[in-house]
Write a new protein. Structure first.
Lengths: 384, 320
């Protein structure tokens, strides 16, 4: 037994020593932490976000950093799991001692991390769509993308214009999809829209034909609206075509990526969705104040990565720019000051639109920057 | 056959207590306490699971399910029904014990690894129920849990949780060692050695396997409850099939039929991913390589293999 114990002690000592050595003391650089869903079902959102942050931080450091300080970026991959996100948020705050956190690719991961971040009083800019993130307003929490409610409103307004009143919903059972579903049910009556069928699926489901068949057999359905992000909506779109449905099909801004069109193939033809100006940068009128910003970002991203830009990359870009601007204005990385400055963000032209935050609005976007887009021959077509 | 058994319990417990008491000295910040608490929690579950795997000779592929039931039981009873945390924890543990009894009773009368299959099913069912009954459990988004309060005292902060968890691990190890040394333990080892043989000498094998299965499930449930209160937020993924496998792996890696081995296995497999986070994309590969290496070169598990190695080097003199 003594032998057991000796070995046990030695192994434990080695382990704890190893852990201890891994932690470096706080240094001079501005430390920005991020937890993103680089792998897992939300990877086509998280991966471009990661690449964007790395590209711009690298570029800024070459130019001398911010306020004469280098930027140090710490990124963890939560694989879309809320509990992992919360653990990584804790790690960023307590172990890495970051000054500010960007991230939360999904609504689920953001909400889980907020429980850790809010009491720790660290400024946090989420890249997820759910309205719950900023409503009710939380002191330290901000977000860059349009909310699910805005997406629902935009979609229903478009349906109203086309004379559609009876709509079937199919949404994801968690996070963004669930929040979007709830918001849709809330705002639908305001546009005279009746939800006649309401189905759900899980993000990892390989097939949703059963739910769609149920919708197909519901009498009077004039259009189908799918709320979700990642691979789920692509599967819904494919199944939609496979069972021969032909009513107008709407998606949320959770699929505003070329990856979605690739994954769903021909089936995506004619799908309509609300999206930020970024995906249709060239088609924006020259008078649009966003045009120079989005065309520049699109060019940067596409030359660096040789792949088409998505709005999710844009969310990360906006988050980083607003954070750095706030740090510059605050003249330090004092957390309270930076938080106050983020809240004072006004007239920032980003890829998502014109951002003006206030103590009661921690997102600061209006409907104006949301465009209705239709997928035609595998590309986005600006329709409004 | 079993060295750990014949050595004084006190020495092992004392050494473990010393390690647990000194470890915080090397923690540079609060995050390490958080990791350590998770390691301690896993260790307690593994000590229970080791009783079943190492001594009962049965495998459970549903222990994460029992863990999750404990966690959700506490979360739901405290937040939705206003029960005090301690009562909720005990109620959940009792329910899990009953469930384990109901599942184990018919199955443990059979020989062979039927329990593995039954628990595999139970674990998956629990996971699905937690995921889909969102009116009660919050669905895949998870639910929040209030801090653990008992008699007006609140267990708050990772430091306090560390000491609580460390004390509980010592208690769990003490209970396990005593159980192994009791008539029950001897009966179990007989069952593990040869079930028929045990029956011939009058051991009620079904009953003993049953008992140890229930005990290990209750261990998991109790730790699940504490985990929920400590984390303040739980998702159904704590009860996923993968988590069950992870728990079994901890026991097998550390060394089956060695209580301290189970503790070591839990510590290593909780801490290793933290250390390997630096490897980023290669994390899973490195972890896999370590596991494979251990299984190939130390098939008995870390602690028993190392002890054997040491004993051999000393020329068998240390071998009892």
């Amino acid at each position: 037994m003594r032998a057991f114990v000796k070995w046990g002690v030695a192994a434990l000592a080695a382990m704890t020593a190893g852990l201890g050595a891994g932690a470096a003391p706080a240094a001079e650089p501005v430390k920005i932490g991020a937890f993103l869903s680089v792998t897992g079902p939300a990877s086509f959102l998280g991966e471009p976000e990661k690449k964007t942050l790395e590209m711009y931080v690298g570029r800024l450091n070459k130019e001398g950093g911010v306020e004469g300080r280098k930027i140090e970026l710490v990124i963890y991959d939560d694989a879309g799991a809320p509990d992992k996100a919360a653990t990584f948020a804790k790690r960023l705050i307590q172990n890495d001692g970051v000054d500010l956190i960007i991230g939360g690719t999904t609504t689920g991961t953001s909400m889980a991390a907020i429980k850790v971040i809010e009491p720790a009083a660290v400024p946090f800019i989420s890249l997820a769509g759910g309205i719950d993130i900023v409503e009710p307003v939380k002191k330290w929490v901000f977000k860059t993308p349009h909310t699910d409610r805005m997406a629902a409103e935009k979609v229903f307004a478009d349906m109203k214009k086309r004379g559609i009143t009876k709509v079937a919903m199919i949404s994801e059972d968690a996070g963004f999809g669930k929040s979007g579903h709830d918001q849709s049910l809330k705002v639908a009556p305001l546009y005279g829209i009746e939800i006649v069928a309401d189905e759900v699926y899980s993000p990892k489901d390989p097939d949703v034909t059963a739910q769609l068949t149920k919708i197909k057999n519901t009498p009077g359905v004039q259009a189908v609206f799918n709320f979700g992000f990642g691979q789920g909506p692509a599967i819904v779109t494919k199944n939609f075509k496979q069972i021969g449905m032909s009513v107008p099909f709407y998606q949320s801004h959770g699929v505003a990526s070329k990856k979605y069109i690739e994954l769903s193939g021909d089936a995506s033809e004619g799908v309509r969705l609300p999206a930020a100006g970024l995906v249709v940068a060239e088609q924006l009128p020259a008078t649009d104040p966003q045009k120079p910003v989005v065309t520049a970002f699109k060019k940067d991203y596409e030359t660096a990565f040789k792949s088409e830009v998505s709005t999710f990359a844009g969310h990360a870009y906006d988050g980083l720019q607003m954070a750095l601007a706030a740090i510059k204005r605050a003249g330090s990385t004092d957390k309270a000051k930076v938080r106050d400055e983020i809240e004072k963000t006004s007239g920032y032209v980003g890829t998502g639109g014109l951002v003006s935050m206030s103590p009661t609005d921690h997102m600061g976007l209006s409907h104006a920057a949301f465009h209705m887009v239709e997928i035609r021959k595998g590309d986005w077509l600006l329709s409004d | 056959m079993n060295t750990a058994l014949r050595t004084p319990r006190v020495a092992g417990l004392g050494a473990l207590a010393l390690v647990l008491a000194l470890a915080p000295l090397s923690f540079p910040n609060a995050y390490f306490y958080d990791v350590a608490v998770n390691a301690l929690f896993n260790a307690i579950v593994c000590v229970g699971l080791n009783l079943l795997i190492g001594y009962g000779g049965q495998i459970s592929l549903g222990h994460a399910g029992f863990f999750a039931l404990g966690a959700y039981g506490s979360a739901i009873l405290t937040t939705r029904f206003g029960l005090p945390p301690l009562a909720a924890m005990l109620a959940s543990a009792a329910a899990v014990g009953l469930l384990a009894f109901a599942v184990g009773r018919p199955i443990l009368r059979l020989k062979g690894h039927y329990l593995a299959m039954a628990t595999l099913g139970i674990g998956i069912i629990i996971h699905i129920v937690l995921k889909t009954e969102s009116w009660l459990t919050g669905g895949p988004d998870g639910m929040g849990v209030d801090p653990f309060r008992v008699a007006g005292l609140e267990v708050a902060g990772d430091r306090m949780w560390y000491w609580v968890a460390a004390a509980l691990l010592l208690l769990a190890v003490w209970v396990a060692l005593n159980l192994i040394d009791s008539p029950l333990g001897r009966a179990l080892r007989a069952v593990h050695g040869s079930e028929t043989g045990a029956e011939v000498v009058g051991v009620d094998t079904g009953r003993y396997k049953m008992l140890v299965f229930v005990v290990s499930a209750v261990f998991a449930s109790l730790v699940g409850s504490l985990f929920a209160h400590k984390n303040g937020f739980i998702t159904p993924d704590i009860g996923s099939f993968f988590r069950s496998i992870e728990l079994v792996t901890m026991v097998v890696l550390g060394g089956m039929a060695s209580t301290f081995g189970a503790v070591l296995g839990a510590f290593i497999l909780t801490l290793l991913p933290q250390l390997l986070a630096a490897f980023e994309d290669y994390e899973a590969m490195v972890l896999g390589a370590i596991m494979m290496g251990t299984m190939i070169f130390m098939p008995k598990g870390l602690l028993p293999s190392l002890a054997l190695l040491l004993a051999r080097r000393k020329g068998g003199e240390a071998r009892p």
